[in-house]
Design a protein around this ligand. Structure first.
Ligand code: SF4
Ligand code: SF4
Length: 215
């Protein structure tokens, strides 16, 4: 069976990320890791919040053998920056494992990245992290409105990294790779009409300049 277009573009993005990171000096890699440090803190805070408020309701509603219905979809959206961030915090073996599952046709109706012990990504894609179904949100936030307000604050924090009406990490990381001569279909901050519109609007408003991304 032929590899799906989705698996193909995921493999390409992982491959070129590895290629580029493999040619960087240790000080350049350290600089990139510093660049994602605040984002990783945001992800830790979000994971802690979800664990505290949602693990019970998600276990009750969905988990069977540690597989959540959230991961029962094929072709989850991954941004190029998701791939870069995950590569920066993963071992070679962890990335090899991801590449292996992408090379096998996905015959099930679940996400290709769902392994026996859960998601194979060390830092899962941001779309997955920030998804809460209506049922679970209602159950939790109706009982604890304060948790709802905290969730809104986390969503605002997410935008600081992913919503390009100002310079954001996810756009910046793509730019680093584009300037090094790479291109990927996952570079949505440089090829999605919707995100390009947000950026050009921000440029017109003077919120987004043409400043050089940090390496
Ligand atoms: S957020 Fe909803 S769909 Fe996802 S695991 Fe929790 S209950 Fe299930
Ligand atoms: S990438 Fe991971 S968290 Fe996201 S849907 Fe797939 S298995 Fe689930």
């Amino acid at each position: 069976m032929q590899m799906s277009a989705y698996n193909q573009e995921q493999i390409e993005a992982i491959g070129l990320t590895r290629n580029h990171l493999g040619t960087r000096s240790s000080s350049e890699l350290a600089s990139l890791r510093r660049r994602i440090r605040n984002y990783l803190q945001f992800r830790k805070d979000t994971a802690r919040f979800l664990q505290y408020h949602f693990s019970e309701v998600c276990t009750h509603k969905c988990y069977q053998d540690r597989h959540s219905a959230c991961c029962g979809r094929e072709g989850i959206t991954t941004f190029f920056a998701d791939v870069v961030i995950n590569a920066l915090v993963s071992s070679d073996e962890e990335i090899d494992r991801i590449v292996q599952v992408l090379q096998v046709p996905n015959v099930g109706l679940k996400c290709v990245y769902l392994g026996e012990s859960g998601c194979l990504w060390k830092v899962k894609p941001i779309v997955c992290e920030m998804f809460l179904c209506k049922d679970a949100s209602k159950t939790v936030f109706d009982k604890a409105p304060n948790a709802g307000r905290r969730w809104q604050r986390l969503r605002w924090r997410e935008k600081r990294y992913t919503w390009p009406d100002r310079p954001v990490l996810f756009d910046d990381l793509e730019t680093v790779f584009i300037r090094a001569g790479y291109a990927s279909n996952l570079m949505y901050f440089h090829n999605s009409p919707g995100l390009l519109k947000v950026k050009s609007q921000a440029m017109r408003n003077g919120k987004l300049g043409l400043s050089k991304p940090r390496k």
